[in-house]
Write a protein that binds this ligand. Structure first.
Ligand code: PLP
Length: 404
């Protein structure tokens, strides 16, 4: 036996999203990329903003290479962390200092260092279905157990009562992803306030902090003029995790940050543990060049119009064909309720029409498939006849759809 038992188990359930993505590449090699409609991966198609490119060139040309490419404090460059703190303070009325900011290798790196810092084997982490399927491995990486609150498949909001019932003595953290991957839901301010109040009650009962990990890589992607509340403003033990992967189209650069409130329980101790976790997990520090780049680009806006245009086209067209779609309010994913509930069989059928969709069973949402619409607009346009043929094959009729 070469690999560990835990790794064996993990590879047996290897990410269905990645498999789909690879399948898409195979199909493209056979039929031509323009005849394959790959909606499997959340790889943003909106171009990298010019401000980011300019910052890369300017930093490389004008700054000392030893500074740009050298080792540094494991938390990240002090001046970039200071800028991040000021940015969050100005935007959300917070009181972060640079000490409360740790630069991370994306949201994935951030979640991993937090869970490394918090969990002992057997500790529990709660999350709400549907959830980003990688939370399972991030939790088990450190011997933790992921407890899942079942999805509310009508409103796709949070079932706070069901969450409260699942919080036990060993619950160390709750992961909250808003806007949500895969449902596209945006949680209301009222729901989030109820969650904060519930966690305060649970902390009092438990006699220890229950950390709320606010995983928000899609924060800037909220449609129809809605505002996303900043949860750490009303829950002291919230850890905010942000990433530039989605909003600035930089997933390969692995850059993000986390923020802890200075008045959080055991703030100094936790901060030190997070910085150490960055080092001992082998990230050492977030990628240096892109720390400096985002330090220059904190005010650069995501191209919301790009995704909104895609969202409107795919949602309207699919509903008109008879698909039962969850109306996306944020992020860049659309969930489709599968007619007979068998998501794997439906995804296979779709693949025969060269449409790649991801069954959401691994996201805690059986009976649905996820469509990532962060693709070129033309791909959506070209895919529509294939979706129409699939709808006919599945016996869907326009009156089954749910266009609003
Ligand atoms: N959290 C959620 C909800 C995601 O959807 C993703 C990526 O798809 C991540 C975290 C990881 O993102 P990053 O590239 O910032 O590590």
């Amino acid at each position: 036996m070469v690999i560990s038992k835990s790794m064996e188990a993990l590879s047996a359930g290897a990410s269905v999203i990645r498999k789909m993505f690879e399948r898409g590449q195979e199909l493209a090699a056979c039929y031509g990329a323009e005849n394959v409609y790959d909606f499997s991966l959340g790889n943003p198609a909106s171009p990298v903003p010019y401000e980011v490119k300019n910052a890369v060139f300017s930093i490389l040309e004008n700054q000392d290479p030893k500074y740009v490419h050298g080792y540094m404090n494991n938390a990240g460059y002090g001046d970039v962390r200071e800028r991040v703190a000021q940015h969050l303070n100005a935007r959300f009325g917070m009181h972060y200092g640079k000490e409360e900011i740790v630069m991370t290798a994306g949201a994935a790196g951030g979640l991993n260092i937090v869970l490394r810092a918090l969990l002992d084997p057997g500790d529990e982490v709660l999350c709400f279905a549907p959830f980003f399927s990688e939370y399972r491995s991030y939790t088990t990486n450190y011997g933790g157990i992921l407890r899942v609150v079942p999805a509310d498949t009508h409103h796709f909001q949070l079932d706070i009562e069901a969450a409260e019932q699942r919080i036990g003595e060993r619950t160390k953290a709750v992961i909250l992803n808003n806007p949500n991957n895969p449902s596209g839901a945006v949680y209301t301010e009222e729901t989030l306030r109820c969650l904060g109040e519930m966690l305060q009650r649970a902390e009092q009962r438990a006699g220890h902090p229950i950390w709320l990990l606010c995983d928000e890589p899609y924060r800037e992607l909220v449609y129809d003029g809605r505002e996303l509340p900043y949860v750490p403003a009303f829950f002291r033990n919230a850890i905010y995790l942000y990433s530039f992967s989605k909003t600035l189209s930089l997933p390969g650069e692995r850059i993000g940050y986390l923020a802890i409130r200075p008045d959080a329980d055991c703030c100094a101790e936790l901060r030190a543990a997070l910085v150490l976790a960055n080092r001992c997990l082998g990230f050492v520090n977030a990628p240096s060049l892109f720390q400096l780049v985002i330090g220059e680009c904190l005010e650069v806006k995501a191209d919301l119009a790009f995704y909104d245009r895609n969202r409107k086209l795919i949602y309207t067209e699919l509903c008109a064909m008879g698909y039962d779609c969850v109306r996306p309010e944020g992020a860049f994913y659309l969930c489709i309720r599968v007619p007979d509930g068998d998501a794997a069989a439906f995804a296979e059928r779709a693949e025969k029409h060269h449409i790649l969709l991801v069954p959401t069973d691994g996201f805690g949402l059986p009976g649905f498939v996820r469509l990532a619409y962060c693709v070129p607009y033309e791909r959506i346009e070209r895919s529509l006849p294939a979706f129409r043929a699939l709808a006919e094959e599945c016996g869907l009729h326009p009156e089954n759809g749910n266009a609003q």
